[in-house]
Design a protein around this ligand. Structure first.
Ligand code: PMP
Length: 458
C-alpha cells in the first residue's frame, strides 16, 4: 500500500491518533476531524477529497510568492546536493549564508549591516531579546532590563516570545509566562481605544502611552520597545501615520532600543518591501521570517544595527547563543531565490500598484454591512471586525464564537480567511490576480452575510 491508497477518513483517524497541532482545541478537533491538504499551486490548496480552496491567508502570512514555484524547489535541491548541512559555529561559514546576509543588508537601511539566522520567528525574537540585554550589560547599564511590548501582539510561542505577546490565553499555556521584566501597553487600536478621535490625534495619543510607561518605570530601567509595524495576528491593527514618528522620537529621547518585528510585514505585505519603509521607522533591531523564504523552508533573521553590533563585536567576546540550524544552507539558498524572483519580477511593486487599491476597496466595501463595525487594511493585510451593535461597537459574547462561525462559512465556500477574535483577517499572496481579489471578496461577502443571518443581524 502507498500513501495514495488511504482515503481522507483514514488520514483523519491517523492524524487524531498521533499528531498534536499548534493552537488547536484537540477535543473539538476530534469531533470535526482535520482537513487534509494534498497539494497546492499558485494561491490554491486542494484537499484529499479534491476540494479547492483559495488561500486568503498566504498559509500563515508567509507564502507571499504563492505555492509550487519550481525555481524555489530547484534552488533547494541544488544546495542540498552541494552542501546538505554546515554549522556556522567553529569559525566556519558557507556561501549561501554569506550571500544572504549581504543581500539582506543591501535591501535594508544603511545602519543595518549585520544578520543572525534562526529557523523561526519565535527564535528571532528570542535572539533579539538576548541581544538587547547583552547590549545594555556591555554598555555598563545592566539596570536597563525592562522590555515594553503591546497588548494583542503576537511574537511567537517560546518563553520570551510568548511573554512579549500580549495575548493572555497564551500565558495559561504553560511555562510561567510572561517572564519577569516584560510589560505591555495599549496598542493603536482606534476602533476600540479612540473611535471618536481624529486619526492623526489618536496616533500621537497612542504613542504617548509608551512615554507614560517609560516614565512610570523610569527611563534608566527600560531596555527596549518591541512591536510589529502593523499588527497582523492582533486583528489587522493599522496605526495612523502619526504613530510611528512619535514612537521613534520617544525611543530616542529615553535611549530605549526600538525592536521591530517584521516577521509578517517584511517582504511586501504592506505594499512596500518592508514595514519600516512604509511607516518610515529606523529600528535598532529587526526580526524577519516567513516571507523571507515564502514559507518554502523555515528561516528567520535578526537584523542588527551598527550601534548594537559594534558593542557586541568589540566588547563582547564570545556570545554564547545560537542554533544548530543557524544559517542552514538550503534555507538560505531558497531565501536567495525567493528574493531574486521578488526583485526580478517586481512582485512587491506590482502588488502595490495593481492589487493594493483593489484590496483596500474590497475591505472598504463592507463599511455599511450591518455585521461589520470596522474595516481596516494596510497593503495586502486587512481586517473586518464583526460586532453585535454597529452603533455602539458592542461585541458578541466570546461564547458565540462568531469569528469561527464566519471562517467556517468561508471555508465551505472555498476561501480560507482567519478569525482573530471577531476580526476576519485576510492576507492573500502577493501573486494573487485582480480577478482573484474580486473572487475573494465575493466569497467573503457570502460568508459574512450567512453569518449575519445566523446571528440575526440581517
Ligand atoms: N512574529 C510575528 C509578528 C508573527 O506573526 C509570528 C507568527 N505568526 C511570529 C513572530 C512567530 O513566528 P514563528 O511561528 O515562525 O515562530
Amino acid at each position: 500500500m502507498t500513501d495514495r491508497d488511504f482515503d481522507t477518513q483514514d488520514w483523519q483517524v491517523r492524524d487524531r491518533a498521533h499528531y498534536l497541532h499548534p493552537f488547536t482545541d484537540h477535543a473539538g478537533l476530534r469531533q470535526t476531524g482535520s482537513r487534509i491538504a494534498a497539494h497546492a499551486e499558485g494561491i490554491h490548496v486542494w484537499d484529499t477529497d479534491g476540494n479547492r480552496m483559495i488561500d486568503g491567508l498566504s498559509g500563515l502570512g508567509c507564502v507571499n510568492l504563492g505555492y509550487g514555484r519550481r525555481e524555489l524547489v530547484e534552488a533547494v535541491a541544488r544546495e542540498m546536493a552541494e552542501l546538505s548541512y554546515c554549522p556556522s559555529f567553529f569559525r566556519t561559514s558557507h556561501r549561501a549564508a554569506i550571500t544572504l546576509a549581504e543581500t539582506l543588508t543591501g535591501l535594508l537601511p544603511d545602519h543595518l549591516n549585520h544578520v543572525f539566522f534562526q529557523s523561526s520567528g519565535s527564535e528571532a525574537n528570542e535572539t533579539a531579546m538576548r541581544l538587547v540585554r547583552r547590549f545594555w550589560d556591555l554598555e555598563g547599564r545592566p539596570e536597563k532590563r525592562v522590555i515594553i511590548a503591546r497588548e494583542l501582539a503576537y511574537h511567537g510561542s517560546t518563553h520570551m516570545a510568548a511573554s512579549l505577546s500580549g495575548i493572555p490565553p497564551m500565558y495559561g499555556a504553560g511555562g510561567d509566562v510572561p517572564l519577569p521584566g516584560v510589560v505591555h501597553i495599549r496598542t493603536p487600536y482606534r476602533y476600540r481605544h479612540g473611535r471618536d478621535m481624529d486619526p492623526a490625534e489618536f496616533g500621537v495619543v497612542a504613542a504617548r502611552w509608551l512615554e507614560e510607561k517609560i516614565l512610570e518605570i523610569g527611563p534608566d530601567r527600560v531596555a527596549a520597545f518591541v512591536a510589529e509595524p502593523a499588527q497582523s495576528a492582533g486583528g489587522a491593527i493599522c496605526p495612523p501615520e502619526t504613530y510611528w514618528p512619535e514612537i521613534q522620537r520617544i525611543c530616542r529621547k529615553y535611549d530605549v532600543l526600538l525592536v521591530l518585528d517584521e516577521v509578517v510585514m517584511g517582504f511586501g505585505r504592506t505594499g512596500k518591501w518592508f514595514g519600516h519603509r512604509y511607516y518610515g521607522i529606523e529600528p535598532d533591531l529587526m526580526q524577519l521570517g516567513k516571507g523571507i523564504t515564502s514559507g518554502y523552508l523555515p528561516l528567520s533573521a535578526t537584523v542588527i544595527s551598527d550601534r548594537v553590533a559594534d558593542v557586541l563585536i568589540d566588547k563582547g567576546g564570545e556570545w554564547a547563543h545560537g542554533y544548530t540550524y543557524s544559517g542552514h544552507p538550503a534555507c538560505c539558498a531558497v531565501a536567495l531565490e525567493n528574493i531574486r524572483i521578488l526583485t526580478e519580477e517586481r512582485i512587491v511593486e506590482r502588488a502595490e500598484a495593481e492589487l493594493v487599491p483593489a484590496f483596500a476597496a474590497g475591505i472598504r466595501s463592507f463599511v455599511d454591512h450591518p455585521l461589520i463595525g470596522d474595516c481596516r487594511s494596510v497593503g495586502l493585510m486587512g481586517g473586518l471586525e464583526i460586532v453585535r451593535d454597529k452603533a455602539t461597537g458592542e461585541a458578541f459574547p466570546y461564547e458565540a464564537h462568531v469569528g469561527d462561525h464566519c471562517s467556517a462559512e468561508a471555508l465551505k465556500r472555498g476561501l480560507a480567511l482567519r478569525a482573530n477574535g471577531d476580526t476576519m483577517s485576510l492576507m492573500p499572496p502577493l501573486v494573487t490576480t485582480p480577478d482573484q481579489i474580486a473572487e475573494i471578496f465575493a466569497i467573503a461577502r457570502e460568508a459574512i452575510d450567512a453569518t449575519a443571518r445566523h446571528f440575526g443581524a440581517m
